[in-house]
Design a protein around this ligand. Structure first.
Ligand SMILES: Cc1cc2nc3c(=O)[nH]c(=O)nc-3n(C[C@H](O)[C@H](O)[C@H](O)COP(=O)(O)O)c2cc1C
Ligand SMILES: [Mn+2]
Length: 490
């Protein structure tokens, strides 16, 4: 079961009571941002509304709960966050592993996303209701993007789509947040090495919700085509169409497409930011490449889909968290003996990773803790890991803390790794925000990593073995439970 476009998904959500149309116009970006902040807090519905001064309606918080992300993937939502996280993560992890299920996009003409074509001097990004969301933001930000690029060196490699923030500089110019460690950063570095000064880039806004989910997924390889993976998850190939002014394919049923060229020369970069980012801090300004928009194509009456970040339950985390962990999960399943489960809690913004194992060998907790730290590339890389045994519920951070408090000798069970290159948006990282003439943007970002082995210690590790966890006598406990009413305690 696949949704053709955002509209079909909106209809579906409205029927389920998961989308509300607001009657009043909202007056400013700050008001919209405050409203969606509150909606994130309450895990509230998606909303569609108009903003004062604009014709194009906004749609926000579509991906704001794991339940709705299940629906986007055709999965029946379950009771708990944990169950929904697992079913989304497992669905994507499974599709990633089964390349035989991937479906090549079908290229169509007369695409809905090109019903209106605006080129040249008529291109004006300020006609789209893009706002400055937060008081310290450096400008208006397009947030829920599908930024499409291709490899300029090998034409057999697939197209990439990534969700990267885009700040408007001028009516036809934006920045694009292109970290060296993300797939777009790899495309830029490879193109630069071959002497390219510009690369074609398209941004698809609003569409089949599976495409949005793909843009937050780490495939583990920049070579593979995220749109083919989308076909596997939809159960049907995605329809795409050729851009009007550049050589890229874009989703045919998107609401709005921005086409253009990204200047990848170090001299062409410009500061953008600050921005109220998902990790809960304002991100300082960054030197980033500039995207010149050569065409805006849209549906006849487009919707503009957007989101804000920053809140612990922000929409970006709800969409990103299960998707970005799918590849790490596959890697850990393959590499860690006794691997059971893995979770990077979204309130720790994915920087903390908890791994559960059946410990089969002395020292294996540390082995697993190190594997977890290197299981992901770019934004999927954690900076600290905790490994626990089968008796600890990794979805309950208080239980994880109990394991750390009672099974860890900090002198023996914590491994501190020296500084490594990391995804630069970790607020605790050093260095930042520069243009490396060779490799790309935001190259300089270092921090150490910490691995905590919170597994039970055994004698063959030359340790006083971890004690036996306390449980009441089982027979007595069953009797007490059975006879509960008789105690008059209710
Ligand atoms: C709303 C939202 C905004 C994001 N913005 C950025 C961004 O500006 N830069 C970035 O590197 N990653 C950003 N991410 C994370 C990436 O989308 C994610 O790491 C994804 O895997 C990148 O795709 P890639 O693996 O093809 O590079 C954002 C995620 C979400 C959900
Ligand atoms: Mn990718």
């Amino acid at each position: 079961m696949a949704f053709k476009d955002l509209r079909e998904f909106m209809e579906y959500l409205e029927k389920k009571g998961e989308l509300k149309y607001l009657e009043n116009k909202l007056q400013s970006g700050y008001e919209i941002s405050a409203l969606t902040w509150e909606l994130a807090d309450k895990l509230g519905p998606a909303v569609c509304f108009k903003a004062e001064g604009y014709d194009i309606p906004l749609v926000m918080n579509v991906h704001g709960t794991l339940e709705r992300n299940c629906m986007a993937l055709g999965l029946e939502p379950k009771e708990t966050e944990q169950e929904n996280f697992l079913q989304i993560r497992n669905r994507i992890a499974d599709a990633l592993e089964h390349k035989e299920t991937w479906k090549k996009p079908v290229v169509v003409d007369n695409a809905p996303c090109q019903e209106v074509v605006i080129t040249g001097d008529d291109v004006d990004l300020y006609k789209i209701p893009v706002f400055k969301w937060s008081p310290l933001d450096g400008g208006p930000y397009i947030t829920l993007t599908n930024v499409i690029t291709k490899d300029m060196v090998n034409e057999n490699y697939g197209q990439n789509t990534g969700m990267y923030r885009v700040m408007i500089h001028e009516k036809n110019k934006t920045g694009v947040m292109c970290c060296a460690t993300q797939d777009i950063g790899i495309h830029i570095a490879r193109a630069r090495a071959k002497g390219f000064k510009k690369i074609p880039l398209a941004i698809a806004l609003g569409g089949d919700p599976v495409v949005n989910i793909m843009s937050t997924t780490k495939m583990g390889s920049y070579i593979d085509d995220e749109f083919e993976l989308a076909g596997a998850l939809r159960g049907e190939a995605l329809e795409m169409t050729k851009c009007k002014t550049i050589d890229l394919l874009v989703p045919a049923h998107a609401e709005i497409i921005l086409e253009g060229e990204l200047d990848i020369t170090p001299e062409g970069a410009r500061y953008e930011g600050t921005f109220a980012e998902w990790m809960g801090y304002y991100e300082e300004p960054m030197m980033l490449p500039v995207f010149t928009v050569t065409a805006i194509t849209t549906r006849k009456d487009p919707y503009y889909q957007s989101c804000i970040l920053g809140h612990p339950n922000n929409e970006g985390e709800m969409i990103r968290m299960p998707a970005i962990q799918a590849n790490n999960y596959n890697v850990l399943k393959r590499t860690v003996v006794g691997f059971r489960e893995f979770w990077a809690p979204h309130k720790s913004r994915g920087y903390k990773v908890v791994v559960q194992i059946d410990k089969r060998y002395p020292g294996w907790g540390k082995q697993a803790a190190l594997a977890a730290l290197v299981s992901g590339q770019g934004m999927a890389a954690a900076n600290y890991s905790v490994v626990v045994d089968e008796d600890i519920n990794i979805f309950d951070q208080e239980e994880v803390d109990w394991a750390i408090a009672t099974r860890v000798d900090p002198a023996k069970d914590v491994i501190i790794l020296p500084e490594t290159g990391v995804y630069p948006l970790n607020p605790a990282a050093s260095g930042r925000s520069d243009v490396d003439p060779v490799s790309g943007y935001t190259e300089y970002s270092f921090m150490g990593k910490m691995a905590i082995d919170a597994t039970k210690k055994i004698a063959s590790e030359n340790r006083r073995p971890t004690g036996i966890p306390v449980q009441p006598d089982q027979e007595a406990l069953e009797k007490v439970k059975r006879d509960w009413a008789k105690y008059g305690l209710d």
